[in-house]
Design a protein around this ligand. Structure first.
Ligand code: HEM
Length: 325
């Protein structure tokens, strides 16, 4: 009897362990092949290609959207929910997302195409993950497989965004701490920061480095040229490319820019302030293939953050609203 009890406790504990352990790893490469939507990934890719080939900046927007979704409540498409009477202040209205985050129309178009082909099967959280992967393929020729099977969340609060996301004025200790809180390493910080080789920034994200004096951690000539594009007290918040050398290529130029003190944010510069991150930076600068491999690896890792499976989420009908009860 005693042995039987011990066995039952063992089985029970094993089940608890398995439930906990499968939450992130329950994602699968090719998940929708087994879910009556075999072409899901091709459908998303077709839509993303159409938009990104016309406007490469949207690809940058989609990669950033994946990051901002995953860092706040996990990769659950909480970033996509519009304001509603029940929830007037969702994540997308928070300062780091509004008005700078872009690519929502690409997700909407992919969702419409998927609802037409196989209604109610593909989550918005997976659409973001596929779209970011496809953008990396198009802008960086960095192909990788991304596991899927995420569900969509029902909660989205603007107040959760600022505390979770790194800010452009953060130092390395602050950035590393926010990544570590999501289970991501210093290598992930350096690899994923390579996304700052594409897209744009609003002047307001870095003008504190230009006025009243050009930050001594910035190349002074670069700072002077940024001043011409971002005048002090301008009426309109202008935009500049993240990478002036290869603005639409997801490549290792970012690491050269950081080393030359020609990156926009203090947080970018801060990668030079520890031996570990500075060494990685110089490796990614000299071996592009290493950057590409690590970038892909870190994107997959980021895609595992806080995923919802089982009964904890839903497949939204519209990515902009939770399903009605
Ligand atoms: C390490 C800490 C990070 C900080 C402090 C940071 C901050 C920022 C800021 C302030 C902008 C400009 C927003 C604007 O004013 O328009 C930006 C743009 C961007 N970020 Fe980051 N970011 C970080 C990490 C990442 C990561 C991990 C990714 C994705 C893997 C990423 C992808 C991008 C992309 C692609 C853009 C350009 C977006 C566009 O053109 O629409 N960033 N980032």
């Amino acid at each position: 009897m005693g042995a039987q009890n011990t066995f039952q406790i063992f089985v029970f504990m094993s089940c608890i362990f398995l439930i906990g352990a499968t939450s992130a790893s329950s994602l699968k490469v090719g998940y929708y092949k087994y879910k009556k939507c075999a072409n899901a990934e091709e459908i998303v890719k077709g839509v993303v290609s159409k938009f990104v080939l016309k406007e490469p900046g949207l690809g940058a927007g989609l990669i950033r959207m994946f990051f901002h979704d995953c860092f706040v409540r996990g990769c659950d498409a909480s970033i996509l929910l519009d304001a509603s009477t029940l929830n007037p202040n969702p994540e997308k209205l928070a300062i780091p997302n509004n008005p700078s985050l872009r690519g929502f129309e690409v997700v909407d178009a992919a969702k419409s195409a998927l609802e037409y082909a196989c209604p109610g099967i593909v989550s918005c959280a997976d659409i973001i993950a596929f779209a970011a992967r496809d953008a990396a393929g198009l802008l960086g020729n960095i192909p990788y497989q991304i596991p899927s099977g995420r569900l969509d969340g029902k909660i989205s609060n603007a107040s959760e965004v600022l505390p979770a996301l790194p800010a452009p004025f953060h130092n390395l200790t602050q950035v590393k701490a926010l990544f570590a809180a999501q289970g991501l390493s210093a290598t992930d910080v350096v690899a994923l920061s390579g996304a700052h080789s594409i897209g744009r920034s609003h002047c307001s994200s870095f003008t504190s480095r230009l006025y009243p004096n050009i930050d001594p951690t910035m190349d002074q000539g670069f700072g002077a040229s940024l001043r011409t594009k971002c005048p002090q007290n301008a009426q309109v918040d202008g935009v500049v490319p993240q990478d002036f050398v290869t603005p639409n290529a997801l490549d290792n130029q970012y690491y050269k820019n950081v080393a030359d003190l020609k990156a926009l944010f203090f947080s970018d510069w801060s990668l030079l302030t520890s031996t570990e991150t500075a060494n990685l930076l110089s490796k990614f600068q000299t071996v592009p293939k290493l950057f590409e491999a690590k970038f892909a690896e870190s994107m997959v890792k980021m895609g595992n953050i806080g995923v919802l499976t089982g009964t904890k989420g839903e497949i939204r009908t519209s990515c902009r609203a939770v399903n009605s009860i």
